[in-house]
Design a protein around this ligand. Structure first.
Ligand code: SF4
Length: 317
C-alpha cells in the first residue's frame, strides 16, 4: 500500500496572523525601524526575516524608546490601554495589529464588568492576550485561571464552612481565543457548580476564535484516518501544542515539531498515513518543508496539495 500524507483541511496562519503580518511588513522600514512589543509571531524564522525589513522586537515601550525607536507596534495578541498611553508619553507612533477577534474579547470583558459580573478569563495568566483582556477590564474584580484551583474561591456559594471563600453572586467567563474547546467546557462545568447555587448567576461566553476551533475540528476529522500526526509550529506556540494534544486525545501518536529537522525516523516505522497540521503562526514555507521531507522519505504527496486560507476567504467579523 502506498504510504501517503493527508493534510488537515484548515492549518497554518490564521486570518488574524496573516493580517498582522501584512500590516507590519508594510510598515517595515530599515531607515525608520519599528519595534513590536513581544514577538509579532511565535516563529523564529519569520522574526529574523522581519528584522531584515526593519521590524525588530522590544520587551516594553520604555525599552523601545531607550533603544531609539520612533515607532512601536502592538502584536495580534493585543495589549492593555496603558500601551497606547506609554507610547504617547514617549512620543512614539503606535501601530496596532491587534486581531479584531481579540479586540472583541477585550470589549466583551469590559461590558460584562460594567454589568456587574466578576470576570474570569480562562487562559494562561502570563499570555499577552489574557493580560490585555484583564487590563481592559480595569477592575480588581477580574482574574485569569486555567484550572479551578487558580480561582480565588475554594468552596461553592452557600457553603457554611467558616474558612470558605465563595464566589460572588454574578460571575462571567470568557476564554483566551486559542484554547481547546473541550477543556474550556470542562472548566466551565466546574465553575458553574461553584457559582450557580444560592442565587448565583453565571454567564458563559465561548470566545475561542473560529480559526482556532476550525483547526481543532479539522484535526479531529483527520485523526480517524491517520497513523501519526505532525503538528508544526514554534515551541512557544500554544495553539500548536493544543493541536498535538487533540491528536493524542484520539489515541494517535502526535508530535509538536518546529521543522522537519526534529522528526525522528523511528516515528515513521510501520506508519502508512501521516496527518499534517500546523499552528496559527506557522509560515507556509515551514509546512512545505515538512511535506517535502516526507515525500523524500517515500510518502505520496497530499492529493489536493496544501490549501491555505487568505484574507479574502474569511468572512468579516
Ligand atoms: S488565533 Fe484567532 S484571535 Fe488569535 S490572531 Fe488568529 S484569528 Fe485572531
Amino acid at each position: 500500500m502506498t504510504r501517503r500524507i493527508v493534510m488537515a483541511e484548515e492549518l497554518g496562519y490564521c486570518w488574524g496572523v496573516r493580517r498582522a503580518l501584512e500590516i507590519i511588513t508594510e510598515a517595515g522600514d530599515p531607515n525608520n525601524p519599528v519595534a513590536t512589543i513581544g514577538d509579532v509571531i511565535h516563529n523564529p524564522q519569520v522574526v529574523q526575516r522581519l528584522k531584515a525589513r526593519g521590524v525588530d522586537t522590544a520587551e516594553s515601550v520604555e525599552e523601545a524608546a531607550q533603544r531609539g525607536f520612533r515607532r512601536v507596534a502592538i502584536t495580534a495578541h493585543g495589549a492593555g490601554p496603558e500601551r497606547a498611553r506609554l507610547a504617547a508619553e514617549h512620543g512614539l507612533e503606535l501601530i496596532d495589529t491587534t486581531c479584531p477577534l481579540v479586540t472583541k474579547v477585550q470589549r466583551l470583558g469590559q461590558k460584562l464588568v460594567r454589568q456587574g459580573y466578576f470576570l474570569v478569563v480562562y487562559g494562561d495568566s502570563f499570555h499577552p492576550e489574557v493580560r490585555g483582556v484583564l487590563a481592559w477590564a480595569e477592575t480588581s474584580r477580574a482574574v485569569a485561571a486555567k484550572h479551578i484551583e487558580d480561582l480565588p474561591w475554594n468552596a461553592p456559594r452557600g457553603s457554611t464552612d467558616p474558612d470558605a471563600k465563595v464566589p460572588p453572586r454574578k460571575v462571567a467567563v470568557v476564554s483566551q481565543t486559542t484554547k481547546n474547546v473541550d477543556e474550556f467546557m470542562e472548566f466551565v462545568t466546574q465553575l458553574t457548580s461553584m457559582v450557580a447555587r444560592d442565587g448565583g448567576e453565571i454567564r458563559v461566553c465561548n470566545t475561542i476564535c473560529e480559526p482556532t476551533s476550525e483547526r481543532q475540528n479539522a484535526l479531529r476529522r483527520l485523526a480517524g484516518e491517520v497513523d501519526l500526526i505532525l503538528a508544526i509550529g514554534g515551541k512557544k506556540s500554544s495553539n500548536t501544542a493544543r493541536l498535538a494534544e487533540v491528536g493524542r486525545s484520539y489515541g494517535v501518536p502526535s508530535y509538536h515539531i518546529e521543522s522537519e529537522a526534529e522528526i525522528e525516523p523511528a516515528w515513521l516505522d510501520g506508519v502508512e498515513v501521516v496527518g499534517v497540521t500546523a499552528g496559527a503562526s506557522t509560515p507556509d514555507d515551514v509546512i512545505e518543508g515538512v511535506v517535502d521531507w516526507l515525500v523524500g522519505q517515500g510518502f505520496a504527496p497530499p492529493e489536493d496539495g496544501i490549501r491555505y486560507r487568505d484574507l479574502d476567504d474569511v468572512p468579516a467579523y
